[in-house]
Ligand binder design. Structure first.
Ligand SMILES: [Zn+2]
Length: 368
């Protein structure tokens, strides 16, 4: 079952497209990214569609929003391409492979402009959100020099901050996103990124007939090792919270931001989809845990230092890239096995659940 996993973006894409070709009932569109991969070959976001083009129920599965995290979502997409599950009436599956092909191919979590795509789906016309706390720790997260002592020094300072601040304040400060420092960690961008514009175009063209869309964006690097946790943003009264609980069991639900100040921690692709698609979107993130959070964060800090101050094409640079890859994609058969078992369970239950929903009976207020 771990045969669906690949070691590079190129291998992952080829595997998926070969499976799709063999299955023959998929429609494929490739959208070329303006920049090449590290092998100087073109890279793409690929859209794969199976089922009626005017299906009113759609299961959408996206991979590689955080580039280097793309390997697990890609493996699950390859599984679904080869498995070709029976679709309920009036239902289609849409796979978007490599939302952020640059990050996937070059092993970065962010995109070609250092942008975290899950902070980029904000309304830029409304002004960029401020994250004042981030400015205080800018130097900590973005060191100019990297020495053998740097990781331990950063880890110690992070631990000290954690002992002073509550968890939410820490989360907003470190990973809430920031819109001021283009070379800094957790940058949300100055404008909509290529991947955002591409996704909005895909939704516009493919989801015209959809009335209900179950969306699952697959990520890695957060939570307990080898466990696939489902997450969504929803308020208590929203119908999709109860429905997905029935289908899929426990879910990590965060309340929606209520004020402008709370838009730190906003800008997710799933939220963008809810806003852009004129359907009832049931948005979920499937997040697989890998390594302890300090280790993941340090690997991201080190990679950001490498890209802006170091030399990628060097022995040290390649070692940093390997560390970054492995905090998001462990080279561990048991971990990969668990990823597949959980992913297959979630996708099968989501598809079955979607099949029980009536496209003529979408709850009022569910599509705004
Ligand atoms: Zn992620």
């Amino acid at each position: 079952m771990t045969g669906y996993f690949s070691e590079t973006y190129r291998e992952a894409r080829d595997r998926l497209l070969n499976l799709v070709r063999e299955a023959a009932d998929w429609n494929h569109e490739e959208i070329r990214h303006p920049e090449p991969g590290p092998d100087a070959q073109p890279i793409y976001t690929d859209v794969l569609w199976r089922g009626p083009r005017d299906a009113r129920r759609v299961l959408s599965i996206t991979s590689g929003t955080h580039g280097a995290e793309g390997f697990c979502g890609s493996a699950l997409q390859s599984w679904i391409a080869s498995e070709a599950p029976q679709l309920p009436d009036d239902t289609a599956i849409m796979l978007v492979h490599a939302v952020n092909p640059y990050g996937f191919a070059h092993i970065r979590r962010v995109n070609e402009d250092n942008v975290d795509l899950n902070r980029n789906f904000i309304d830029f016309a409304d002004g960029r959100p401020e994250n004042r706390a981030y400015a205080e720790i800018f130097d900590l997260l973005n060191p100019q020099e990297w020495t053998p002592d740097t990781p331990a020094e950063i880890a110690a300072e992070l631990d000290r901050l954690r002992s002073e601040k509550d968890q939410l304040a820490m989360m907003k400060m470190i990973s809430g996103g920031q819109y001021d420092f283009a070379n800094g960690m957790q940058f949300g961008g100055f404008e909509p990124a290529w991947s955002r514009r591409t996704m909005e175009d895909i939704w516009q063209r493919y989801l015209q007939s959809a009335k209900i869309v179950v969306q699952i964006d697959v990520h890695t690097g957060l939570g307990p090792d080898g466990v696939g946790v489902l997450m969504m943003a929803a308020d208590d009264e929203e119908p999709h919270k109860a429905i997905t609980g029935e289908w899929l069991g426990p879910m990590f639900v965060t309340p929606r931001p209520r004020s402008r100040a709370e838009t730190v921690l906003g800008g997710y692709m799933n939220a963008g989809m809810e806003q852009q698609v004129d359907a009832w979107v049931i948005p979920m993130t499937l997040e697989y845990g890998t390594r302890p959070s300090n280790e993941v964060l340090l690997a991201m800090i080190e990679d950001n230092w490498l890209v802006h101050h170091g030399e990628i094409d060097s022995e040290a640079g390649r070692a940093i890239k390997e560390r970054l890859l492995r905090v998001f994609y462990p080279a561990d058969e048991i971990w990969r096995e668990k990823v597949m078992v959980r992913g297959q369970e979630v996708l099968a239950m989501a598809l079955a659940g979607l099949g029980t929903l009536d496209p003529d009976g979408v709850p009022l207020g569910a599509c705004d």
